[in-house]
Design a protein around this ligand. Sequence first.
Ligand SMILES: [Zn+2]
Length: 200
Amino acid sequence: MSSIDKDGMLIDPKITHKRFQSIEHGTLKDIHAIVVHQTDAPTARHTFNGYRTGGNGAHFLIDKTGGIYQTASMAKRCYHVGRLIKSKCLEINKDNCQTPEMVKILAMTWGSRIKALNAHERAKSYPDRYPVNSDSIGIELVGKHIDDKTYEVVTPLQLLSLQWLLDELYHHFSLSSDDVYKHPEVSYKNPGEASTVKWK
Ligand SMILES: [Zn+2]
C-alpha cells in the first residue's frame, strides 16, 4: 500500500514524481471525488511542456505504457474540471429536480442556462452535485482527440495503472467507484474524452 507524504505526494515505487507547481492553485482541503481525463496530446512530454507555462492541469498523468506520474500535490488545487459544471440532478435524476428555480433556469437560452445551472449546482455540496476543482483529484490519460465525438482508445496498460491508482486513492480518501467521473459527465466537453475508460 502506498503512503502520502507531508507534501501531498503519493509514495510508491510505481509512481514517478514530476511535480509542476505552475499548475497548483491554492489549497485542496477536501477530496470527495476523482475526475478522469484524456490529455488531447500524443505523448506525456507534450503535456509536461504545457504544464511548465502553468494554467490548467491535473494531479496525475498515465502514459500509454501505463507509467504513472504525479504532476501536482494532492494538497493543492488543480484546474481540471472547468468553469461550468453540469447539473447532476438533471443528468441522472431529472424527475426529482423540477424545483421552481430549476424550471426558471431551464426556460433560459443556452448561454444563460449553463451559467445559471452552474451557480445553482455550486450552492449544493458533494455528492448532490458533480465534483469541482476544490474537492476533486484529476487524473489525465495520454490520448489525442480525434473528432468532435471521439478520442483515442485508452490502452490496456493505462487501464491497469488507472485501476491500481484508483484503489490507492479509494483507500486514502475513503472513496468508492461511484466517486469517479469522466470529465464530459461533469462539464461541457467533447463527449469522447475518457469515453473508453473503465474502472471498478
Ligand atoms: Zn478533461
